[in-house]
Design a protein around this ligand. Sequence first.
Ligand code: TYC
Length: 108
Amino acid sequence: MSENQKDDDDYGKTGVLTKTRPKTKKPSMYKVLMLNDDYTPMDFVVHVLLTYFQKTEDEAVQVMLNVHQKGVGICGVYSFEIAETKVMQVTDNARRNEHPLQCTLEKE
Ligand code: TYC
């Protein structure tokens, strides 16, 4: 074997280096939805929106009226864990106060 034909794995290769970067995905976001019903008092819905969704009084009234008229509305958009916790807190508070208010989560 001659000097310029070394028996080496890399010999004669082009020397292009590729860096593989691990594929990362942004976590999915989830909408917390509030559903209308005929029994939960409007004041209670506004109270819930103020307490768990950092709404101003005006925003809370707007969201509540929107749900009342359209049947469903968005309270906020969060990571899965936060959205799930909000749904549990709202549902628990509503049941303790004997209101049928429904709150659910939907992937964005
Ligand atoms: N429809 C209810 C009423 O007239 C008010 C209400 C609004 C209830 C929004 C639930 O998510 C809701 N008292």
